[in-house]
Design a protein around this ligand. Structure first.
Ligand code: NDP
Length: 278
């Protein structure tokens, strides 16, 4: 058991709905780590000052969420390869003068798909919808699984093209597309758009999915999202992003504490909490 009581925060704006304190508190109890983890609301122009303040107070690390993932990338003095590829940081570790920046979103998604949901990505045809921060963070971890093809489609197609320009030199067929130009059937379709936040579905053809397809929405909630409902109508298997949220948190926890928590127990617990709140 760790003797010192170390402090961690999650920084964002807004931040009141973040589930990270609940997840990390469960991880700490489970692994007998003496730590506290709190939410920190920071003004949109106050990120750098907030980080300096945390370091001065001896805080050991931070998770970073909207709208500060690019600021966190800028402030890091050292980056993991996956944070470098993502161009965005969701985990900071403070070590003396060093600020290590990592991005655990992508590996969280891949672990949830491959380990928890049993989806085989190797040799598969993957469609990634969206070209915002979340999509950017998952591209390198998805490519590392060696799918046959990864197509990134976005409402604003130029953004998908700009995004893929950073990912040359992989052994995977890569393409950017508009929603309208998509064709064929995909083994895995990942919704990394924020369409579900406005209770809508990206405007793609239902012919892109079939009974064998796996449809994943990064959004999560007590009820299936609109995207999941839509994919269920094509008889595809569906899953929401709660597992990704917990897996990315576990990666951060391991980076900070050097121990890996049991994510399955926390998934079951958090899912029941969500169900009770509906
Ligand atoms: P961004 O704001 O960076 O990007 C939003 C993306 O959604 C853009 O590609 C945008 O397209 C697209 N979009 C928005 N509305 C629509 C719509 N009605 N139809 C089609 N496309 C739309 O958001 P993030 O990338 O940060 O987040 C995306 C989602 O991922 C959010 O729902 C977020 O909650 C979730 N997320 C989940 C995580 C988890 O752990 N489960 C982790 C991180 C994110 P355009 O470029 O054309 O505007």
């Amino acid at each position: 058991m760790s003797q010192a009581h170390d402090h961690y925060v999650v920084i964002g704006n807004p931040i009141e709905h973040s589930k990270s304190p609940a997840i990390h508190t469960q991880f700490a109890l489970q692994t007998q780590q003496a730590l506290s983890y709190e939410r920190l609301l920071v003004p949109v122009d106050g990120f750098e000052g907030a980080i300096k303040d945390l370091i001065a107070k001896g805080v050991r690390g931070a998770n970073v969420t909207l709208p500060f993932k690019l600021d966190a990338y800028q402030i890091a003095t050292d980056l993991t390869p996956r944070a470098h590829a993502a161009g965005a940081v969701n985990t900071l570790k403070f070590e003396g003068d060093k600020i290590l920046g990592d991005n655990t979103d992508g590996v969280g998604l891949v672990r949830d798909l491959v380990v928890n949901a049993g989806v085989s990505l190797q040799g598969s045809r993957i469609l990634l919808l969206g070209a915002g921060g979340a999509a950017r963070g998952v591209i390198l971890p998805l490519l590392s699984e060696l799918p046959a093809e990864l197509v990134v489609a976005n409402r604003t197609v130029q953004k998908a093209q700009d995004l893929l320009a950073h990912f040359h030199g992989h052994l995977v067929a890569l393409a950017a597309s508009s929603f309208e130009a998509l064709s064929g059937e995909f083994d895995v379709v990942i919704n990394a758009t924020s369409a579900s936040l406005s209770d809508s579905v990206p405007n793609i053809s239902s012919s892109l999915l079939n009974k064998q397809s796996f449809a994943y929405d990064m959004m999560y909630g007590a009820k299936p999202t609109r995207f999941m409902q839509w994919a269920s109508k094509q008889q595809s298997t569906v899953r929401d992003g709660l597992g990704m949220l917990i897996e990315q948190a576990a990666e951060s926890f391991e980076l900070w504490r050097g121990v890996r928590p049991d994510t399955a127990a926390v998934y079951t617990w958090l899912r029941s909490q969500l169900d009770q709140s509906s």
